[in-house]
Design a protein around this ligand. Structure first.
Ligand SMILES: [Zn+2]
Length: 155
């Protein structure tokens, strides 16, 4: 078996969009870290736009702190461009994470403010953003989850 948990996931068996607990790490000091696979598009079928992913990364980084204060370790894009990883401190249920992600992505879908952190000083590629495509991807995620639920193995 591979050491990386997601390398053991059969990407043909999942149905996007979905939320999946993909790792649970207990530190030597007894803290718990939980990592979730927040999938947007069907693996090996459809991909997110790169600039839209960058915008989603910025806005969710900002909004997620409202929903998990003091617990967000990271929200980062997958290199395959089909979703994101959300890493949190502590124990979190998949259903609870899915409900909060739905609230966050609903807010993103109607975002009408400047993209947080999208300045030359605060971002490594500050002009590389696409708010309209980010909003469309967030809307598609919310609609998809509304239709099929968050379970990756139920179409
Ligand atoms: Zn950036």
């Amino acid at each position: 078996m591979d050491k990386v948990p997601s390398f053991n996931l059969d990407h043909d068996k999942v149905r996007a969009p979905y939320v999946r607990l993909c790792d649970r790490i207990e530190t030597p000091h007894g803290d718990l870290i939980t990592k979730f696979d927040i999938r947007f598009t069907q693996p090996n079928v459809a991909y997110l736009d790169s600039a839209a992913m960058h915008t989603i990364e910025h806005i969710v980084a900002e909004l997620s702190r409202d929903y998990w204060p003091g617990e967000v370790v990271d929200f980062s894009p997958m290199g395959c461009k089909t979703g994101f990883y959300l890493t949190l401190l502590g124990e979190h249920s998949t259903m609870g994470v899915a409900a909060k992600m739905e609230a966050i992505l609903k807010r993103l879908a109607s975002w009408d403010q400047p993209i947080p952190g999208a300045t030359r000083r605060t971002c490594g590629n500050w002009q590389f953003h696409d708010l309209e495509k980010a909003k469309a991807a967030a809307r598609a995620w919310v609609e998809g989850i509304g239709k099929k639920g968050y379970d990756p193995f139920i179409a």
